[in-house]
Design a protein around this ligand. Structure first.
Ligand SMILES: Nc1ncnc2c1ncn2[C@@H]1O[C@H](COP(=O)(O)OP(=O)(O)OP(=O)(O)O)[C@@H](O)[C@H]1O
Ligand SMILES: [Mg+2]
Length: 243
């Protein structure tokens, strides 16, 4: 059976700057992200992981090539249409949590749906809140939460509206290993039980091993991929690529 594709990049090239200082962050990169799968992106620092994620999610534009979410070519959309697509169909988790400081945890979690004017699935919301263990912190503002708790709010917010795809850049980078494994376990559960599609950047082979597939980038290109990854397999590949 053909696997459906949630998002893809085709000959994606991103050049920052011009002339002698130009940096090619993505170099005619082609990749597909399967629907209902948890894909991790690994690779050395500067290999283009964040750039790929930002361009794939319509947060930055390519120099040439195309990026698609479903059948929609993002390079054909104007800023307003991109904003709507991001709001209605994508979820984000970044290392800097981007929480709204004046809103409580629960208000931050439900904000994207409130803005979109959409209905919230209460059962799903309850499940998320319990899994990320935020039930007793819902009325706290970000400044009253620990870093790990803030990150859990950010993950809950990304998943709350059941977006087509969640993009996560180092979502467990600031967490201890227990906090990290809870978040990763939760993301895996969202993929396995609810068909969520997740694309996650990580340096950490243990974190990346929660994914179904790990794709390796180097110098702005896909150089390798590992299905059914284990931390040992990933460490082995990382050594070969020179991470
Ligand atoms: N705004 C920018 N202006 C100029 N160069 C940039 C910009 N953003 C990224 N780059 C360059 O593009 C390349 C790829 O950067 P990117 O942030 O995608 O790497 P990364 O794989 O996410 O690295 P890390 O693991 O360190 O987060 C790097 O050489 C980086 O210096
Ligand atoms: Mg990065």
């Amino acid at each position: 059976m053909a696997q459906r594709i949630a998002a893809r990049a085709l000959d994606a090239t991103k050049v920052y700057g011009r002339g002698e200082t130009a940096v090619t962050a993505l170099d005619k990169l082609t990749i597909e992200f399967a629907q209902g799968a948890f894909t991790a992106i690994m690779g050395p620092s500067g290999s283009g992981k964040s750039t790929l994620m930002h361009c794939q999610a319509g947060l930055d534009t390519l120099t040439s090539g195309q990026v698609f979410v479903g059948d929609q070519d993002l390079t054909k959309l104007d800023d307003d249409a991109l904003t709507v697509l991001r709001r209605d169909r994508l979820g984000f988790v970044f290392q800097a949590y981007n929480l709204v400081p004046t809103l409580t945890a629960i208000e931050n979690i439900t904000l994207p749906r409130t803005l979109a004017g959409g209905e919230m699935d209460g059962t799903w919301l309850d499940k998320i809140i319990d899994t990320v263990r935020l039930r007793d912190r819902l009325n706290h503002r970000p400044s009253e939460l620990s870093g790990g708790q803030q990150q859990r709010v950010a993950v809950a917010r990304a998943l709350a509206g059941k977006p087509d795809i969640v993009f996560a850049d180092e979502p467990t980078g600031n967490l201890d290993s227990k906090g990290g494994s809870e978040i990763l376990g939760f993301m895996k559960e969202a993929v396995e039980e609810l068909g969520q599609t997740i694309v996650m950047v990580s340096h950490d082979p243990v974190a990346a091993s929660y994914a179904n597939t790990v794709v390796f980038l180097n110098d702005g290109q896909v150089v390798d991929s590992v299905d059914k990854p284990t931390p040992r397999k990933l460490l082995d590949r990382m050594k070969r690529i020179g991470d």
